[in-house]
Design a protein around this ligand. Sequence first.
Ligand SMILES: [Zn+2]
Length: 460
Amino acid sequence: MPPEAELRSCDLILSGGTILTLDAADAVFADGAIAVLGRHIVAIGPREAVEAAWTAPRRMECTGRLLMPGLVNVHNHTPLMITRGMIEDLGFAPMFTPGIPQGHRLSEDEAGILARLGVYEMLRNGCTTIVDFYRYPQALARAHAELGSRAVIAGRVHDADPEELTRGRYVYEPGLARETIRENADLVERFDGYDVGRIRCDWAPHAPDTCSDACLREVAEMARGHAGNVHTHLCQSPVEVEQVHSRSGLTPPQALEAAGLLDPRLIAAHCIHVDPRDYARMGAAGIAMAYTPIGNAKTGRIAPVLDLAEAGIGITLCTDTFSGDLFEAMRWAVAMQRIRSADGFVLDARTALRWATQAGAERLGLGDAVGALTTGRRADILIMDMETPGLAPVIDGYGILVWSANGANVRSVIVDGRLVIEDGRLTTADGPALVREAQAVAERLWAAAGRRPVTRRTAA
Ligand SMILES: [Zn+2]
């Protein structure tokens, strides 16, 4: 061992524990260590080797822990937490469901309070890279900036009047397109690249039916010079397919293609009601899908993920807001395809883990930065509790994480070298206060929509 003076200095050493790097070689260290300097991993390997070369003012003992890369959750709308626990029995998407607090009726402050609940929950469950888009996107960006997540934020561009949608009618208002495009443009201008790139801003046309063809073309034009992604919903419902067809005679993927949006930058959520004749078109265009298994299941549908993957579409994973637990989504992702597949026993735990880490990172253009634990990458690290009954036995590591683990097994979370969850507690804000504030906003808005929350003795 070299003398003390030859040790190199870093900020933090995670020492001991089993490290699943999920890197290209699937390297595992049974008694490993990770050295973190600033925002980066500067060394990872056997504990003896790392500790022989590095010293740090802070050392976290990780014996009895499982260390793995932070999860990449590629599609969310955090203010929609307002409908969680209620929308599931009412309709397929809040925007189309009457009698609920609609997103466009939230104030910017209320959107921000609900966004903080969503970000807190996802961080607490081990999601370190989060795609989040909705109205008031700057409120979302502020929530991620404050709580410490890595985020890709966008607006919610559409020109279909949302009040008319809840009545089952499509009425396109050019003023709405202008307003929501400006909101997205202002976001990009203000927050893109914030905190050395921890926050990136992209473009998000809501869907091919809630955007007119003119609106889709306008977003494509705005996003042309943008280096990031375009996020959308695609083939989420038969209503969408029917609306796009009646408008233009095209399928939703064809409408995106006609607008200039069907390209490798596109990450399309859902992809449930896809005409099989479009599989090859989507694959050749190089798009990715955000697979939403829990959301699919709640509406009784399963996306044809295996067919889409075979056609060349990149698969990534998301919880789409209604749960922040991507471990749960991994399990559902595999199980649902086994239900759907004629072959039954398809996919495996390692594939689901790849979708939730490296595959998502690559599709976001962050494939060299996050998604695996290697020297030189950003330090986005989960420290899982291996001394809990649900996370044992650890044999190959992948199986137990996908088939048994849940977000509550995450003890600590590091994003960009910063400890944002420590022993289950949010370090960047008062977690319980965030929950109370979101509860108060939700009670008020649901009461205004005519539903008396059980937490209230009398109607508001
Ligand atoms: Zn969505």
